[in-house]
Ligand binder design. Structure first.
Ligand code: AMP
Length: 432
């Protein structure tokens, strides 16, 4: 099977790495990819090829696909989904994995998602949706100013403002609705009550009829240890988390996916792709903060280290409506991913700095590239999140140790990474 992967981050390197391991894959392209994707080799010996087309350049992607006829295109990031890449490819008879534009609204519109959750009884925060500032402020006052104010549309993960007082909620509402700091993405907002508890990521692969739940994972959004510093795309992840037992996970899955599938059927939404709800485990049960409509990054890196099912067969079944035939099999060993970021990230950072890699990579570990490029045969930094150093272990503590041992051997100027990935999951603080 000839496969085209869209995207250039750590998630896409993990997807490419796993797809390359499948005997079904005969040719693999990544548009645009990174220095890591082009180092992957297929089972038939050929190398993955990077294609210099951005994941949002739909006309050029379509032209490439028309010429090279991939048997399946796999969409990594949210933007091309929201732009309708799936609908476009399908209209040209090209097979593509990911939700169509209507289904991708679960991520591209928080107002749509919130209304859907309320309509179909999916557990979520108490919330309201608004497009005028004064009724939004009244609602925020009812919550004593303790709320999350969210821009409706995609805002590079920055469109959520957490407030604890009236002053903060008034300012947040003005900022999004009146000053339009997130542009058109902020012409409507969702205001949710502030929830408390551990936050986890769920992933479910869907085919329009069936949804199959992955094990739990947890991301680390803030830049610094102990959840300090600015929000980032994600500084590390691990799977599974100890916060839900298998039975609780199955129950949570039923409570969310049962009404979600019913709602999709009622609304004529044919969701074939990955549904990724962000969940807070509150004292009164799990509540959804938001839906994403694609694989998480860096959750994908830990999931794909653990996944034993052939990824080509899995994505193909998801696109075909045949997931009921597929069994999800997981390595029982936990995985940990530590993200190494450029100095300055999530603010401004330099690019083009040489990266020194370890002389050898131990088994059951993998350095996934994110913001990297190849320059004169040297791998250099090319983004904020640079590498996702990922390891399996016989238990979480050893997975963590393996990931950090490898991370410590990688060098580039200004590199920073959190030292506390997965610490919350282990009993007692384990500073390194
Ligand atoms: P979202 O993009 O909606 O997941 O929000 C980004 C981050 O804001 C989440 O990962 C949470 O840490 C935080 N957040 C969002 N909604 C809430 C809420 N209702 N209560 C508390 N924290 C929230």
């Amino acid at each position: 099977m000839k496969i085209l992967v869209l995207g250039s981050g750590g998630r896409e390197h993990a997807l490419v790495w796993k797809l390359a391991q499948s005997a079904h894959t005969t040719q693999l392209w990544c548009a645009p990819g990174n220095a890591g994707t082009s180092l992957e080799r297929l089972q038939n010996g050929s190398m993955v090829q990077n294609i210099p087309i951005g994941a949002e350049d739909l006309p050029s992607l379509l032209k490439f696909a028309d010429e090279h006829k991939p048997d399946l295109t796999v969409v990594g990031p949210d933007n091309p989904l929201a732009l309708g890449v799936v609908d476009l490819f399908q209209s040209r008879g090209l097979r593509i994995w990911g939700p169509n534009k209507k289904a991708a609204q679960f991520e591209s519109s928080k107002v749509f998602s919130q209304n859907f959750m309320e309509k179909y009884g999916i557990p979520t925060a108490k919330a309201g949706t608004f497009n005028d500032a004064s009724s939004a402020k009244n609602f925020a006052h009812e919550l004593d100013g303790r709320c999350a104010v969210k821009a409706d549309g995609l805002a590079l993960g920055k469109g959520v403002l957490i407030c604890h007082t009236f002053e903060e909620s008034n300012r947040a509402i003005d900022e999004i609705l009146l000053q339009k700091s997130f542009g058109e993405a902020g012409s409507s907002i969702v205001i949710q009550e502030l929830l408390e508890g551990p936050e986890i990521s769920l992933h479910a692969i869907c085919d329009g009829q069936t949804a199959k739940l992955f094990p739990t994972s947890q991301d680390h959004k803030r830049a610094l240890d102990n959840d300090q510093g600015l929000n980032t795309g994600g500084m590390g992840a691990y799977s599974p988390t100890p916060f839900l037992t298998e039975a609780q996970l199955a129950e949570t899955g039923r409570a969310i996916l049962g009404p979600w599938l019913k709602g999709c059927a009622a609304e004529g939404i044919d969701f074939r792709g990955l549904l990724y709800p962000g969940i807070m485990l509150t004292k009164t049960g799990p509540k959804i903060l938001e839906f994403n409509a694609r694989f998480g990054d860096p959750e994908t890196q830990v999931y794909l280290m653990r996944l034993q099912t052939d990824l080509v067969e899995l994505l193909d079944a998801s696109a075909e409506g045949a997931l009921h035939k597929i069994e999800l099999r997981w390595n029982p060993n936990p995985a940990v991913c530590v993200v190494m970021a450029s100095g300055g990230y999530p603010g401004n950072y330099p690019k083009g700095l040489p990266i020194t890699m370890p002389p050898s990579i131990p088994p059951n570990t993998k350095i996934f590239h994110a913001g990297t490029a190849s320059k004169n045969n040297q791998i250099v930094t090319n983004g904020g999140r640079v590498l996702g150093v990922t390891a399996l272990g016989t238990d979480l503590a050893s997975a963590r140790q393996n990931a950090y041992d490898l991370t410590a051997q990688i060098k580039f100027e200004g590199a920073h990474y959190r030292k506390d990935i997965a610490v919350k999951a282990l009993t007692g603080p384990q500073p390194r």
